[in-house]
Design a protein around this ligand. Structure first.
Ligand SMILES: [Cu+2]
Length: 237
C-alpha cells in the first residue's frame, strides 16, 4: 500500500513538473501556488511551500489558476482583441490584452465631469471596498476616459490621487478618439460631446473575466451593487 502511494505520488509529481515546464514560458509573472500531490483537501491551494496538514507530505508547486486562462486563446468576445494603444496614468503604453489574467471592473468617465462621473467614481470605490483585501491582487479597476484630449496621463494621475485611487488596483486609461469610441461600443456605453468641456454619457460599470469576456454590467448611479460584487467575488474565488 505504501509503495502504491509512493508510485502515485511520483506519477503526479512528474505530470505536474512536465506541465509546468511546458507552460512556464507563457505564464509570465504569476505567483506560484502549492497543492498537496495527494489532493487530500481536493483542489485547496496554499501560497507557501509547506506540508499538507492532512497527509503531511510536502506540497508541490503548480501554476496559479489565473495562468490557465492566460494561456488559452482569446475568445471572439474578448476585449483583448481590441488593438488600440492606451496610456496609463503612469504614462505607460499598453493594450487591453496587457490586463489579461485579472478580473476587470471597468467604467468610462472624464475627469472634468461635475455631474455623473463623481458618483460613478464613488460607485467604483464602493465596489472596491466590498472586496476582501486579499482578493484585490486578482482584480484591476479600470477607468477609461471618454475625453482623451484633456485627460492626459498627468491629469489622470492627479485625478487618481485626488480621489484616493492611486493604489495598484486602480488603472486610468487615455486612448485616442477612435479607440475610445470602439471600446464604448463594446460596452454599449453611449457618449456625446455637448460642449467643449462636457459630455453626456451612459453610466455603466462592467465586469470582465480574466479572459476579457463581459460577465456583468450595472447601469445607473448609486444603484445597489450587490449583484456586481457577487459576480466579481465569483470570478476571484
Ligand atoms: Cu460624467
Amino acid at each position: 500500500m505504501r509503495y502504491l502511494k509512493f508510485i502515485v505520488t511520483l506519477v503526479v509529481l512528474t505530470v505536474i513538473i512536465a506541465c509546468k515546464d511546458s507552460t512556464s514560458h507563457k505564464a509570465g509573472a504569476e505567483k506560484a501556488v502549492y497543492k498537496c500531490p495527494m489532493q487530500c483537501e481536493g483542489n485547496k491551494a496554499y501560497t507557501k511551500l509547506e506540508s499538507c496538514p492532512v497527509c503531511k507530505m510536502d506540497l508541490a508547486m503548480v501554476e496559479n489558476q489565473n495562468s490557465k486562462i492566460t494561456e488559452d486563446a482569446i475568445s471572439d468576445e474578448s476585449i483583448f482583441n481590441l488593438t488600440t494603444t492606451w496610456h496609463t496614468e503612469e504614462g505607460n503604453a499598453i493594450q487591453l490584452k496587457d490586463l489579461r489574467g485579472k478580473t476587470l471592473v471597468m467604467v468610462m468617465i472624464y475627469t472634468t465631469c461635475k455631474a455623473a462621473c463623481p458618483r460613478l467614481v464613488a460607485d467604483m470605490r464602493n465596489i472596491e471596498a466590498k472586496i476582501p483585501k486579499d482578493k484585490l491582487n486578482d482584480l484591476q479597476f479600470v477607468l477609461v476616459s471618454i475625453d482623451p484630449k484633456n485627460d492626459t496621463p498627468t491629469r489622470l494621475k492627479a485625478f487618481a490621487k485626488e480621489n484616493f485611487m492611486d493604489g495598484e488596483q486602480w488603472t486610468f486609461l487615455q486612448g485616442n478618439e477612435s479607440g475610445v469610441r470602439e471600446f464604448a461600443n463594446v460596452l454599449a456605453v453611449k457618449y456625446k460631446q455637448i460642449s467643449p468641456i462636457d459630455f453626456s454619457h451612459s453610466n455603466i460599470i462592467s465586469v470582465f473575466n480574466s479572459g476579457g469576456e463581459l460577465v456583468h454590467q450595472q447601469e445607473g448611479l448609486g444603484v445597489d451593487n450587490k449583484e456586481t460584487v457577487d459576480s466579481i467575488l465569483k470570478l476571484v474565488q
